[in-house]
Design a protein. Structure first.
Length: 231
């Protein structure tokens, strides 16, 4: 699976450059930038020493929605206590969560907010999972480039795995399942703002490959009309 890192509105050029260096040292090369010009500053290039290819290859977007359009599963990072998600996935648990979906994901994104305020709640709700880093001190957050380095380190095994030939798979199986579950909930009048829908879609990213296959079959069976419905 491809892993891309997304920086939303970073304001400090040095953080963009240092993030490029952090990604390359861990084997990652795909960076996406949203609503920023910080990458164009000289300081970004200086801090991206040895990784200017990552900086120059970064893709730019006007919105987070556009940056995630071709992503199967997105992971928002947040140190905030208040956000729409009931549960957080610690950074060190992400690698096994993603590895357990081998063959069902084509592209995963890890999303970071700006230095001053992190991801907004509107940004967070566009993500499938929310993750945090357990800190040993009460200070509320890490520097942006430091956070990128820690997530890249935790996920480095996925970068190594992406370099190996993969067996044939349905790489968009997870995304298709999410769409099926959303449609089924809507059909039973559970809109995206309902507690049941929010809880179901929040738990869905934690399903492994076997569970994803089972849920596909279950959704298909539930979606088929019964004999009584046909008459």
């Amino acid at each position: 699976m491809d892993v891309v890192f997304v920086l939303v509105a970073p304001a400090v050029p040095e953080n963009v450059g240092a993030s490029c260096r952090a990604l390359k040292t861990m084997g990652f090369h795909q960076l996406r930038l949203v609503a920023t010009e910080a990458h164009a500053q000289k300081q970004a290039r200086i801090l991206a020493h040895g990784s200017t290819d990552v900086l120059e290859g970064a893709r730019h977007y006007d919105s987070l929605q556009a940056a995630l359009a071709d992503v199967d599963l997105s992971i928002g990072t947040s140190a905030k206590a208040r956000h729409p998600f009931r549960s957080l996935t610690p950074a060190h648990e992400l690698a096994p969560v993603l590895a357990n979906k081998a063959g069902t994901l084509g592209r995963v994104a890890v999303v970071f907010g700006c230095e001053a305020s992190g991801l907004s709640n509107d940004d967070v709700i566009q993500c499938d999972l929310v993750s945090n880093i357990a800190l040993g001190a009460p200070y509320p957050s890490l520097n942006l480039a430091q956070a990128v380095m820690l997530y890249a380190y935790e996920l480095r095994g996925l970068a190594l795995g992406a370099q190996q030939p993969e067996a044939p798979s349905d790489a968009q199986q997870y995304r298709a399942l999410r769409e099926k579950v959303s449609a089924l909930l809507q059909a039973h009048r559970y809109g995206p703002e309902s507690k049941l829908a929010r809880w179901a879609l929040e738990m869905l990213p934690k399903a492994d490959t076997k569970a994803i296959g089972f849920l596909h079959a279950l959704c298909d069976k539930l979606h088929r009309p019964t004999r009584s419905d046909e008459h």
